[in-house]
Design a protein around this ligand. Structure first.
Ligand SMILES: *[C@@H]1O[C@H](CO)[C@@H](O)[C@H](O)[C@H]1NC(C)=O
Ligand SMILES: *[C@@H]1O[C@H](CO)[C@@H](O)[C@H](O)[C@H]1NC(C)=O
Length: 366
């Protein structure tokens, strides 16, 4: 387009900026930035909000703020873009401050502003701020919006205010899969396994279609609350009844519950037929549940698989050696240590830190 001397307009620039942001292409984005200055579109709100998005995505949040500060007539899209960028860069407190400033300047938040600021409250586990935003949502008339509502359920669940989450959930006039998932996940996070399973069944009865996230939420709840049989039943129904293929996360939930319950024969059968044997997370879960239940033979297999997948990972052998020594099997422990030396696997040095006279001290333990 440029070779043919076609001048970009604000739409061209905004579209290409959004592509650069999605791919994290900082250098390409800078060229577009330069082109926008040449064509005097850099202060256009549409383009500016694209630039803010680009620089935030590429970890250049200070540049994003600088651009924001220079836009003569900010619109809500620019504010939303900056708040999302701050949150993306883990500056959730600042995002909240900007949200308040925006309000002070008479800008009317949109559902996107609310969803962003609620996600900041959830990350900060700040119940007080979450409630403040809730009040504004009611005033602003967004209380019936499913996306805003789902974000609010997330805040209340993360702040362990499960009653608030449940009350809000039941008051919502309409729900979608995200809302149901959020509430089931909220129960799971708060250790309410039975409630999570009941809500999942309620979801099915009400005709909502579960997706893979639903199953992660409900299986996590089962695993954390020791509801092994309920978990297996739901896991088996995933594909047969709802056509959702189990993925790594679903397998690890079930492996975790079986391991914690000491049901190693079923665990082994599942390991055999599982497609994702080359993912180390599976074996880490197996290894950690073997430690809890003291199953040294399966721990050994898990450690071997972990080393097969990452030759230089010392953690599995260190755990295995510790398991052997804590059950008094000194010869086996010694053998593992010797094998580590032979394979030239070295334990990562341990670091420890301590606050002393307001300064952080680091200790290296070899
Ligand atoms: C796992 O990795 C090994 C070696 O890298 C490969 O031979 C094997 O086919 C892989 N298995 C699966 C199930 O992907
Ligand atoms: C450990 O797990 C294996 C299955 O891999 C099982 O056969 C064995 O009985 C278990 N041992 C203990 C002590 O639970």
């Amino acid at each position: 387009m440029q070779f043919q001397n076609v001048q970009p307009d604000r739409t061209t620039l905004a579209v290409i900026l959004s592509s650069c942001a999605a791919m994290g292409l900082l250098e390409g984005g800078k060229q577009v930035h330069a082109a926008s200055i040449k064509t005097l579109f850099h202060n256009d709100v549409y383009v500016a909000s694209g630039l803010i998005g680009l620089y935030s995505k590429c970890n250049k949040i200070e540049v994003a703020i600088c651009i924001f500060d220079r836009v003569p007539a900010l619109d809500i899209a620019c504010w939303n873009s900056l708040m999302a960028g701050l949150s993306l860069n883990s500056l959730d407190k600042d995002a909240f401050t900007f949200f308040k400033q925006m309000h002070g300047k008479g800008m009317i938040p949109t559902q996107f502003s609310y969803a962003t600021v609620l996600s900041c409250c959830a990350k900060l586990s700040s119940l007080a701020q979450g409630r403040q935003v809730h009040a504004q949502i009611v005033k602003g008339g967004y209380v019936n919006d499913v996306f805003v509502g789902s974000a609010l359920i997330d805040v209340y669940s993360k702040c362990a205010y499960i009653n608030g989450a449940v009350q809000f959930f039941y008051e919502m006039p309409c729900r979608n899969t995200i809302t149901w998932n959020e509430m089931i996940h909220g129960y799971a996070q708060n250790g309410c396994g039975n409630e999570a399973v009941c809500l999942y069944e309620h979801m099915i009865q009400s005709g909502e279609k579960p997706d893979e996230i639903t199953f992660i939420a409900v299986l996590t709840a089962c695993s954390h609350s020791g509801l092994v049989d309920a978990g297996i039943r739901i896991f088996n129904s995933m594909q047969e009844e709802y056509g959702v293929e189990p993925l790594l996360d679903h397998y690890t939930c079930i492996i975790d519950s079986l391991g914690r319950a000491g049901r190693f024969h079923e665990l082994e059968a599942l390991l055999e037929k599982m497609p994702c044997k080359n993912d180390s997370i599976v074996w880490e879960v197996v290894l950690s549940s073997c430690r809890v239940r003291d199953n040294v033979s399966l721990a050994r297999r898990a450690a071997d698989e972990l080393v097969r997948l990452d030759q230089q990972n010392s953690a599995p052998y260190v755990l295995l050696a510790n398991m052997y020594s804590s059950s008094g099997r000194w010869d086996d422990a010694k053998e593992v240590r010797e094998m580590m030396i032979e394979k030239k696997i070295f334990k990562d040095p341990g670091y420890s830190w301590l606050e002393q006279e307001n300064k952080m001290q680091t200790f290296l333990v070899e």
